[in-house]
Design a protein around this ligand. Structure first.
Ligand code: FE
Length: 277
């Protein structure tokens, strides 16, 4: 049996931006260069040891129509929402929040100094689930399985399946695969065919894909849509891999609302203003 190897079709380093009350971050997906990669709508990373870059946090704001997945590599972030969801994400922890028909939440640093390094992914919901009941789960670092895939290849599996391992993330129609992978040599990772996929290099460098493209810390590499992800680390390579089954539905975005039509967006704004979240 021959297996196809995915290619790297594009590499971006994203754009610096600010969000919340003035948190400095890098937007990797959700930019003019890369508006989305169905069903992944946005990926932000924040990485700083200067409190001035993160201390303002994300005071109360609404969401409707999708999910936010926050992964904290280092630091402490306190979450509170108006549906009773509350939790502290700390080093290696994940927060999975399904906004569904609407939540108002805040995400505030629970530290006043030191390093903060994390990600937030926006994952779309299919049209039929956009108005689902909001859902929330904290996943502590020790609930995330650490799997040895091969010699020198270890995976912290947040969601989805890799080999025989299964992550604690919820099952969704988009079958999300989210994994924090460290490789010290060659690796071959099975990604379901048809899933859109990208990876972000957290540390180190290496070569990726059928064309052996070089990537280094801070690169986001977008992969072609079928086959495995093959690569070789140059030293140690750590990356966040995200993949999902595309929904192929129209996307209408306005700030913190992601629906299918302009009418539904107007409805979201109205409902929020009338206090219906
Ligand atoms: Fe939010």
């Amino acid at each position: 049996m021959t297996t196809q190897s995915r290619r790297v079709v594009h590499i971006t380093r994203g754009m610096p931006t600010e969000d919340g009350a003035g948190v400095k971050l890098t937007r990797l997906v959700g930019t003019p260069e890369l508006p989305d990669l169905d069903p992944m709508l946005m990926l932000d990373t924040f990485r700083s040891d200067n409190p001035g870059d993160y201390i303002a946090g994300f005071p109360p704001h609404p969401h409707r129509g999708f999910e936010t997945v926050s992964y904290m590599i280092h630091g402490r972030l306190q979450h509170r929402d108006n549906k009773g969801g509350e939790g502290l994400i700390t080093d290696g922890g994940v927060q999975w929040m399904t906004a569904g028909r609407g939540v108002v939440h805040s995400e505030m640093p629970a530290q006043t100094d030191g390093a903060m390094f994390g990600f937030q992914l926006w994952l779309n919901l299919p049209a039929r689930d956009k108005m689902m009941t909001p859902w929330y789960r904290d996943i502590r670092a020790d609930e995330i399985p650490s799997v040895k895939l091969a010699d020198g290849v270890s995976v912290k599996l947040i969601a989805g399946e890799l080999g025989t391992a299964k992550g604690p993330g919820p099952e969704r129609p988009t079958a999300p695969l989210i994994a924090d992978i460290t490789a010290g040599g060659a690796f071959a990772l099975p990604i379901p065919d048809g899933h859109n996929a990208f990876l972000y290099v957290i540390d180190g460098k290496g070569v990726l894909g059928a064309d052996k493209r070089s990537v280094t810390q801070g690169d986001l590499a977008i992969l072609s849509d079928a086959g495995s992800l093959d690569g070789t680390a140059d030293g140690n390579l750590r990356f966040l891999l995200v993949a999902g089954k595309p929904l192929r539905e129209p996307v209408a975005k306005y700030g913190p609302f992601v629906m299918n039509t302009q009418n539904e967006l107007r409805q979201a704004v109205n409902d929020y203003q009338r206090g219906l979240f």
